[in-house]
Design a binder for this molecule. Structure first.
Ligand code: ASP
Length: 332
């Protein structure tokens, strides 16, 4: 997708571009009903179309990505906000981050369990500017100070996620390995619910030529209490720099942290002159795969090129360019 576009001339308004993801993982072969797939496609289409409309009205990439992510947080199909996965202790701990490519300002939160829309709190951390990452009780105190909507942890719970935890906990595993044959009893959705990474994210180029990225997640099913993944770590699961690209990742978070995935993509463009497509491919198919990591990412560069690579069997994703009809996809 790295061909010259209308966005190569910096003096003219950019054609805005938005891309979103709802996680990557293993397909439950043969169990995908048309109704299930349609529900995911429709959710993705609604979110990307809403953010697209905002961008066309002049919204900043920062606003558009936050808007898309909070809509995904509200949707129980995805592992963020309402519908977040459970920890081993049957609790929720949510992580989120947002980064503005124009200024390199960033905000992130980890391990919150009362903030309805964690991406709004990440945005508040960014706006405040004193810190980049707040965790746990301190992050929640800051959310209250900012007047953000607080909820009981049960707000995040869905019966499907609780059953998912019980199935996984019974196996004694922390679900980070979604490779291999799916367990027959686990098949409930287009992606195997226990072997997919349902983190949500968005990247955008706005008509002013600026980039932004946002990511939000419940983390991994059956994770140890206190575990923090890649999503809220700037440079690992989330990064944006107008000079190169905006990136949001999904997958086995520990592996994305170890290769500093999102920043590595941008560094390959900045230092080695790689195209977005080549840099994204190398990060996911080579660096991530080399250490046994699984998942994918979405990325957009300052020219409006898009890359959406994943090394799993599927990744919920959608994108829209200018006024074009949004495109949604699940499988490879
Ligand atoms: N990357 C996320 C994490 O490790 C999980 C996901 O993508 O669903 O917390």
């Amino acid at each position: 997708m790295n061909s010259p576009t209308q966005n190569d001339n910096a003096s003219t308004p950019r054609v805005p571009v938005i891309a979103i993801h709802g996680g990557a993982g293993t397909i439950s072969a043969g169990t995908t009903t048309p109704e299930q797939a349609a529900a995911y496609h429709e959710a993705l289409r609604h979110v990307v179309a809403t953010a697209q409309a905002a961008l066309l009205q002049g919204a900043s990439a920062l606003d558009a990505t936050c808007l898309a992510v909070e809509l995904l947080e509200d949707c129980p199909l995805f592992n963020a906000g309402h519908g977040a996965v459970f920890t081993h202790e049957e609790t929720h701990e949510l992580d989120a981050a947002v980064m503005d490519g124009a200024t390199l300002a960033a905000g992130a939160v980890a391990g919150v369990c009362h903030v309805r829309r964690p991406v709004r709190l990440a945005r508040a951390v960014l706006e405040d500017g004193a810190h980049v990452l707040l965790a746990g009780a301190g992050a929640e105190a800051f959310a209250r100070e900012c007047g953000l909507e607080m909820v009981e942890p049960s707000y995040f719970s869905t019966e499907a996620r609780r059953q998912q935890l019980h199935r996984v906990r019974d196996t004694g595993r922390v679900v980070v390995d979604h490779e291999g044959a799916a367990m027959a009893s686990l098949a409930h959705a287009p992606l195997d619910e226990d072997r997919k990474f349902g983190t949500v994210g968005a990247v955008a180029l706005d008509m002013h030529g600026h980039l932004a990225a946002a990511t939000s997640t419940g983390g991994m099913t059956n994770k140890r209490v206190g575990r923090v993944g890649d999503s809220p770590l700037i440079g690992a699961g989330t990064y944006a720099d107008d000079a190169t690209a905006a990136v949001s990742c999904t997958g086995s978070g520990e592996m994305f942290i170890r290769i500093a995935a999102a920043h590595d993509l941008c560094a390959r463009m900045a230092y080695a002159g790689a195209t977005l497509e080549a840099a994204a491919y190398t990060v996911v198919m080579k660096s991530l795969s080399a250490i046994g990591g699984t998942g994918g990412l979405i990325a957009v560069d300052r020219h409006g090129n898009l890359a959406l690579p994943f090394n799993t069997e599927g990744m919920y994703r959608a994108h829209a360019r200018g006024r074009e009809t949004p495109k949604t996809a699940i499988f490879a």
